[in-house]
Design a protein around this ligand. Structure first.
Ligand code: ATP
Ligand code: MG
Length: 402
């Protein structure tokens, strides 16, 4: 089963936006074991869109086309598909009503061109997910006597993702005749490079390549760490979950010391949960990170009660100050945050901008712990990197006390 991605939009060619849709779709296809050999970008030009789609359909079994489904003159995907199919565009009354209702509920006037989005080529069906105004389309097409399919989805990334996850991947897997259930689990790691992680897991990856199922994939996600994704295919849900569990059991002895979270958890949700479980509260003081730690903690919905607050100050440190002085100052900051917010634990991120070193401290009733860390030279990355690292240190302290 070969699947191609065609991203439509002149803005993609002009570099005004980056084609993240194709890479995301590519990742999803790989995760479910579907081959994808080409990704194409094409501008908003009907002849060229058609040319690219026809080429894709000759060499692949399915094409996912994103973008150009909207209401404006440059949104041409729907018309091109109708033309390729030799189909009429027919107004889908249910979709039209839904679009009218969406405008009415926002108290906005609906211009007539919005109903273009309710036009469906005969022979095509709309996808169940309809987060925006334009519905996604499933368009069966016969090419040289072979049944193939075009999926058309909006360019807006979250709308596209909902449809790919909700309808298209399942459809494709079913068409490919592979086992129906595909489940993945993400182990999120912090503290190792992608190459080191790959080396640690090289033996296992080789074994899995032989077996073919489950599969492992790495996803370097900057300051969010490196994700190790296990994907298992099976005949039913229970067997898929059992395969994920079994693979995790193999991986944890190798990389467990780096794993800070699973799936949708991140560093701050994990830290806050550990604190809540232990009945502890947290406060922070930051210089170098300018509130990054506070901002990330505040963003977590269940933070209230555990996360007390933070202070941001400008660092008096200079690049000439040594690690001992920096750590002592960080400890002092962590202590003062703790007292100021009457929290059980205070943490601090402290450093002179551009010095390449950051000083971290965690203070509690049991005393204080200071450390220094070499950081990337780029200022933005330094701030993010330091924020995550101090939270990771706190996580490790909390877990070791369990
Ligand atoms: P709309 O109803 O918004 O017009 P559409 O299906 O016509 O949706 P486009 O007009 O092509 O989609 O794109 C809408 C927006 O989605 C773009 O302005 C852009 O921000 C984003 N977008 C489009 N294509 C991509 C892509 N390949 N990768 C990332 N973002 C994209
Ligand atoms: Mg558009």
């Amino acid at each position: 089963m070969r699947v191609e991605v065609v991203a439509v939009g002149t803005e993609l060619l002009l570099g005004q936006i980056v084609d993240t849709n194709s890479s995301w779709i590519g990742e999803q296809l790989a995760a479910v074991g579907l081959d994808s050999h080409y990704q194409t970008k094409v501008g908003d030009n009907p002849a060229r869109i058609r040319e690219v789609m026809e080429q894709a359909l000759r060499r692949s079994d399915a094409v996912i086309c994103c973008g150009g489904l909207g209401p404006t003159q440059d949104d041409l995907t729907r018309e091109v598909i109708a033309e390729m199919l030799g189909a009429e565009l027919v107004l889908d009354e249910t979709i039209a009503d839904r679009i009218r209702a969406m405008f009415a509920s926002r108290g906005r006037e609906m211009t007539a061109n919005n109903l273009r989005q309710a036009m469906v080529p005969t022979g095509c069906t709309t996808l169940a997910q309809q987060p925006g105004t334009a519905p996604g389309l499933r368009c069966p097409i016969v090419v040289d006597g072979v049944e193939k399919v075009i999926y058309a989805v909006p360019g807006v990334p979250y709308e596209m993702r909902e449809m790919v996850e909700g309808s298209i991947l399942g459809d494709l897997v079913a068409r490919s005749g592979e086992p129906a259930v595909i489940r993945s689990r993400v182990l999120r790691t912090w503290g190792s490079s992608e190459s080191a992680l790959a080396e640690t897991l090289a033996g296992r990856i080789e074994e899995l390549d032989q077996i073919g199922n489950p599969t492992l994939a790495f996803l370097a996600s900057g300051v969010e760490g490196i994700k190790v994704r296990i994907t298992a295919k099976a005949g039913d849900e229970l067997s898929a979950m059992a395969a994920l569990d079994a693979e995790e059991t193999v991986l944890l002895p190798l990389i467990g010391h780096l794993v800070f979270a699973r799936d949708d958890d991140n560093m701050e949700t994990v830290v806050l949960r550990l604190l809540a479980e232990r009945g502890l509260s947290l406060a922070a003081a930051e210089t170098l990170t300018g509130g990054f730690v506070a901002s990330r903690l505040t963003a977590v919905a269940h933070a209230a009660g555990v996360w007390r607050g933070g202070v941001v100050a400008v660092s008096p440190l200079t690049a000439a100050d040594d690690d001992a002085a920096g750590e002592a100052a960080a400890v002092e900051l962590a202590e003062s945050a703790r007292h100021q917010f009457s929290a059980d634990i205070g943490l601090a991120v402290h450093g002179a901008p551009g010095s390449g070193v950051v000083h971290l401290a965690i203070a509690s009733n049991d005393g204080a712990l200071g450390s220094s860390l070499k950081v990337p030279s780029d200022r933005e990355r330094t701030r993010q990197f330091s924020a995550i690292t101090v939270l990771d240190i706190l996580r490790r302290v909390l877990e070791s006390e369990a």
